[in-house]
Design a protein around this ligand. Structure first.
Ligand SMILES: [Zn+2]
Length: 89
C-alpha cells in the first residue's frame, strides 16, 4: 500500500555498496570489503566491528526494555545476568 515509504528508504542509501557504512569512506573494487549481515559493506574490520558492537548494544537495550515491561519480578535476577558477551571472531 505505502510505496512512498519504500522510495524514501531507497533514496536514503545512494552509496549502497560503494562506501563504508560507518565512516562513508569510498570502497574500491580492488580493496577488501568487509560484509556484515549479507548486505552491509565496511572498509575495514574495525568499522565492521564497531557496527556489530553498536548493534549488539542496541539489541541488549531492547531486550532489557522488553523484559522490564513484561516481567517486573525478574528485575532482581537481571542484575546477575550482566555478563559480557564477547564475539572474538
Ligand atoms: Zn569505514
Amino acid at each position: 500500500m505505502s510505496y512512498d515509504a519504500l522510495f524514501y528508504a531507497g533514496s536514503e542509501e545512494p552509496h549502497f555498496l560503494d562506501a563504508c557504512t560507518l565512516c562513508s569512506k569510498p570502497l574500491s573494487h580492488n580493496s577488501d570489503i568487509f560484509m556484515y549481515r549479507g548486505n552491509t559493506p565496511f572498509c575495514s574490520q574495525e568499522c565492521r566491528q564497531e557496527q556489530i558492537e553498536s548493534d549488539e548494544a542496541r539489541e541488549r537495550r531492547w531486550k532489557k526494555m522488553a523484559s522490564k515491561k513484561s516481567t517486573e519480578t525478574s528485575k532482581k535476577s537481571a542484575t546477575v545476568q550482566t555478563g559480557t558477551l564477547v564475539a572474538s571472531n
